[in-house]
Design a protein around this ligand. Structure first.
Ligand code: SF4
Length: 390
């Protein structure tokens, strides 16, 4: 059973009341007085981008949980690239506005909230299809609540509550998910199997602002757009909740390979499930950066995408590189860059310049004798050199 409610992110009392209503419709009472909140804080960007769970949604949820008797609040995230270096994690928390809500909750409400980098959390082992998975112990010592963002995703179609659980994984397992544990599975089967070994006691999807197009991060040239839906969805079953979100986004369940089909039942008092009109724009199989077409196979992971995105941001914010990029666009109408294990059939035209980005592409780069940028992920400065030396 799931429930849907309309709310804006301001004033904060409105968000809190929306959560109180959702919890009461779902008969949800936290099982413990301490909670782990797992939002999506994947990139150091503002909530207006719709790339991260809005920190005001988390603030309203904390206020509602406080009224339900919770007295210890931990926000946990492992955001791949940002979690490896402690300074980067601090920057992530500050730039996304999470630091600000923690300070405000302390100052105005006297509520202590801890934010932890799950890459360095105490772990416990879970046997699963692909061996043993190490997950943060806090998932079992605290009431675990998953708060995903409603977004499209280039590799998985959508990223909702099942996919948001990837943020509990260690850096190496995040990569192994994309590699399907040496080909034993795929990213899709890993997400599906993972949902069998760990489940939040409450899942929430933040659709206050949602992301459509070629997500999950903001794309250049309007390849992603923010959809203001002003809704929150909640339920105890991630699969049912993600089915409901796909219906709202207008995506057939069969197109989301990790998601089993499940009937959606609305809790008494829920607002109706109405598909967005028009449906969400679907992701392309590539992201376009000027004349560069970036293709990420489902075997490619976010770390290479982040490295590419850092490289591109550097181009956009450095006058000397902006000039070089203009020249590059005049020289070549199209350059194809590939991330992740790629087969030759995925390369649209071998007559265009082709660059293979990252260790996973080494064998095809060698086979075809094409440009290769080593690293796992590659250093973005080295990648710049290769691109400007084409
Ligand atoms: S090379 Fe890139 S895509 Fe492959 S595992 Fe390393 S970071 Fe991920």
């Amino acid at each position: 059973m799931i429930s849907i409610i309309h709310t804006k992110t301001k004033p904060i009392e409105e968000v809190k009341n929306a959560f109180l209503k959702l919890m009461s419709q779902l008969n949800y009472i936290p099982s413990k007085t301490r909670v782990l909140l797992k939002p999506n804080i994947v990139d150091a960007v503002k909530p207006q981008t719709a790339v991260i769970t809005d920190p005001r949604v988390i603030e309203g949820l904390i206020l509602a949980l406080k009224e339900k008797g919770v007295d210890e609040f931990v926000i946990g995230e492992n955001s791949g690239y940002f979690s490896i270096k402690k300074d980067n994690f601090r920057r992530l928390i500050k730039e996304t506005g999470y630091q600000k809500i923690v300070e405000r909750l302390k100052k105005k409400r006297g509520i202590d909230v801890k934010i932890i980098n799950l890459q360095f959390a105490e772990l416990e082992e879970y046997p699963w299809t692909y061996g043993i998975l190490k997950l943060p112990k806090i998932c079992s010592t605290h009431a675990y609540i998953n708060i995903a963002k409603m977004k499209t995703h280039q590799m998985t179609g959508v990223t909702l509550s099942m996919k948001n659980q990837k943020g509990l994984l260690l850096f190496q397992d995040k990569k192994d998910f994309h590699l399907g544990y040496d080909g034993a599975g795929s990213l899709h089967s890993c997400i599906r199997e993972y949902a069998k070994i760990i489940q939040p006691e409450l899942s929430i999807i933040d659709g206050t602002r949602a992301l459509e197009g070629t997500g999950p991060a903001t794309g250049p040239e309007n390849q992603t757009k923010v959809r203001r839906l002003d809704i929150l969805l909640a339920g105890r079953d991630m699969i049912e909740l993600d089915n409901a979100a796909c219906k709202i986004m207008g995506f057939p369940i069969e197109d989301v390979q990790h998601l089993p089909r499940k009937e959606v039942k609305l809790a008494p008092g829920s607002e109706p499930l109405i598909p967005a009109d028009p449906p969400f724009q679907k992701p392309n199989s590539y992201m376009k950066y000027g004349n560069i077409y970036l293709h990420t196979s489902s075997y490619g992971c976010t770390n290479c995408q982040m490295a590419f995105s850092r490289m591109f941001r550097k181009i956009m914010f450095t006058p000397e590189y902006i000039k070089k990029f203009h020249l590059l666009q005049e020289k070549y109408p199209r350059i194809d860059v590939f991330i992740g294990n790629t087969s030759i059939t995925e390369i649209p035209n071998l007559n265009n310049p082709v660059i293979f980005f990252g260790k996973c592409t080494r064998s095809i780069a060698d086979e075809l004798g094409k440009n290769f940028i080593p690293g796992c992920p590659p250093n973005h400065n080295k990648a710049l050199e290769v691109i400007f030396n084409l």
